[in-house]
Design a protein around this ligand. Structure first.
Ligand code: FMN
Length: 295
């Protein structure tokens, strides 16, 4: 292919910002490329895991549990309604591209239930993976190695029948575990600059990643996989929120460590990766706003 046959318009960013120092990213990427050597290293690790039934069972139980927390069972039959996938894909948009804030609205508990179940819940029993309660089930999101490193913490701001506060989603039970209650808004304002988006939202889902679930198998390359896993979950959340006619917006603009404090998780073992807001969908203003300020 001749150089003149390639459209270089977006690639020319490289020339404009050529003084940027991307060394950390480039070095990390270089060192986490798959090669015959690193494949052998991962292969050895897989062999170790497979030869120890305890490790294998542990890896299958890919979810956190808070046994002392109050558990609120969710509806295992919660429906997404009847929007087709094609329509959901066409309509999916981030609220920040057409409005400045959510329409204040109380989220139905059934909608919250459907959102969680069809984004990261247990979908179908897979008996060949062992008993259901030990992880013998599939999920709606693809996951590298089936290791499901993501945890979801719904922070409830305005949901029917739920006290405001921080919750954790328990996957096999399809239940919310209440970690603490309180009016969260002031604390959340300290964790982001997106106050307009946050102030009328119904729920902020905070997505964390449990490093060891994925890194134990894939070593440093697992970091890349974990981010892909965050992506498959994020797209499910977006499409399901669209099917439920909710406004939705990813929230990468979070102060990671302040958010980890709100959740009371150790940011070294289980870092905060992303936020996702849902709430009442305002009528689109008919024109796109300018680029979001920080992301
Ligand atoms: C990983 C990720 C992080 C994002 N973080 C933010 C954010 O912090 N604030 C915001 O307004 N939009 C955020 N967005 C939404 C993007 O700005 C939006 O997806 C993009 O402008 C394309 O618009 P659309 O989603 O409406 O198609 C994020 C999207 C992704 C995938």
């Amino acid at each position: 292919m001749l150089k003149k046959d390639i459209d270089y318009v977006s690639y020319s960013f490289i020339d404009i910002f050529q003084k940027d120092d991307n060394e950390i990213v480039e070095t990390f990427h270089e060192h986490t490329k798959l090669s015959p050597n690193s494949t052998r290293e991962i292969g050895r690790r897989v062999g170790e895991i497979k030869s120890d039934p305890n490790i294998l069972a542990m890896m299958q139980r890919a979810w956190k549990n808070y046994p002392a927390a109050l558990s609120i069972p969710l509806d295992k039959q919660a429906s997404l309604g009847d929007m087709t996938l094609a329509d959901a894909l066409k309509r999916r948009a981030s609220l920040s591209t057409y409005a400045t804030s959510f329409r204040p609205d109380t989220l139905r508990l059934e909608a919250l239930s459907a959102l969680l179940l069809h984004s990261y819940g247990a979908t179908r029993p897979q008996p060949w993976k062992g008993r259901f309660e030990d992880g013998g089930f599939g999920r709606p999101a693809a996951s590298s190695g089936g290791l499901y490193p993501m945890e979801i913490y719904p922070i409830v701001l305005n949901v029917e029948g739920l006290e405001r506060g921080v919750y954790h989603y328990n996957v096999p039970q399809h239940a919310l575990q209440r970690l603490r209650t309180g009016d969260m808004l002031d604390e959340l304002f300290e964790c982001t600059t997106y106050h307009d988006l946050l102030k009328n939202a119904s729920v902020l889902f905070v997505l964390t990643g449990v490093w060891k679930r994925t890194l134990s198998k894939y070593r440093q390359r697992g970091y890349r996989f974990l981010m892909h896993d965050a992506g498959t979950l994020l797209q499910n959340l977006y499409l399901n929120a669209t099917a439920l006619d909710l406004g939705a917006c990813a929230l990468g603009g979070l102060f990671d460590d302040r958010m980890a404090k709100v959740l009371d998780v150790n940011p070294l073992d289980e870092p905060v990766l992303l936020g996702f807001l849902v709430g009442g969908r305002p009528a689109p203003a008919g024109q796109l706003r300018s680029l979001p300020a920080t992301i």
